[in-house]
Write a protein that binds this ligand. Sequence first.
Ligand SMILES: CCCCC/C=C\C/C=C\C/C=C\C/C=C\CCCC(=O)SCCNC(=O)CCNC(=O)[C@H](O)C(C)(C)COP(=O)(O)OP(=O)(O)OC[C@H]1O[C@@H](n2cnc3c(N)ncnc32)[C@H](O)[C@@H]1OP(=O)(O)O
Length: 208
Amino acid sequence: MREAFVDRDILTGDDEAGMAALAAEVRALTEAVVRTGVASAEAASVAAEVAALTARLKATRRVHPPYGTVGESGMERQIANPVTGHLNPIAPPVDFKVSEEGIVRAEFTLPTVYEGPPTFVHGGVSAMIMDQVLGMAAAATGTAGMTATLETRYRRPTPLGVPLTVEAKASRVEGRKIYADGTICGPDGRVTVEASAMFIAPQTRPGA
Ligand SMILES: CCCCC/C=C\C/C=C\C/C=C\C/C=C\CCCC(=O)SCCNC(=O)CCNC(=O)[C@H](O)C(C)(C)COP(=O)(O)OP(=O)(O)OC[C@H]1O[C@@H](n2cnc3c(N)ncnc32)[C@H](O)[C@@H]1OP(=O)(O)O
């Protein structure tokens, strides 16, 4: 299992852009599927075409999703991550920026495919985004960790289809434990979700 962490194909330039364009189209397809009003015969016909496309992609398979590179550091990026991964069709994706102060922030809009309560974001999706942003805030301290605890407090429903802001920062590091807090805000700036998490830097890498 150790190879799962280290033995990754690295995509660069046109290869990464091409796969990101594919993921974007599949993302659009997914949204179209949950909103389409076509008749069942047309749905069946489209399903057959999609199955043919899936077979084409499966003609060549990697053991693990590839990583990308960033900047001159060449630090690996998880480009198939389910929150931030441009290569992952289930990722919104959310494009986080990390400030010099260790604040991780993004603006994003979630489409219908993430609906929980009518017209609002599914609470599990909000928790997934918080896990990611809090984990990145923890990693910004210099110590990345596995999520040990994640508490979400849903203050107001989070609306779909409008610009949202997510932000997080680590509050303290105690040995291998890193604590972080964050929020999701609606377009009016009011907090819809608060979250706190504790990450633990593994003594050995996960899966090793
Ligand atoms: C170095 C790589 C880290 C991996 C991180 C992932 C990606 C890295 C890449 C880039 C980083 C950038 C961004 C990260 C973005 C997103 C983050 C998402 C992360 C996830 O989505 S990750 C999936 C969900 N996550 C799990 O799948 C965890 C499963 N689990 C375990 O892997 C172990 O369980 C572990 C490692 C948590 C602890 O194991 P361990 O053996 O090291 O712990 P140990 O027993 O030594 O305890 C030491 C002290 O922690 C206390 N303690 C332990 N566990 C606790 C708990 N759950 N709650 C409260 N306190 C706990 C003890 O009470 C003791 O406390 P005290 O010292 O005070 O007595």
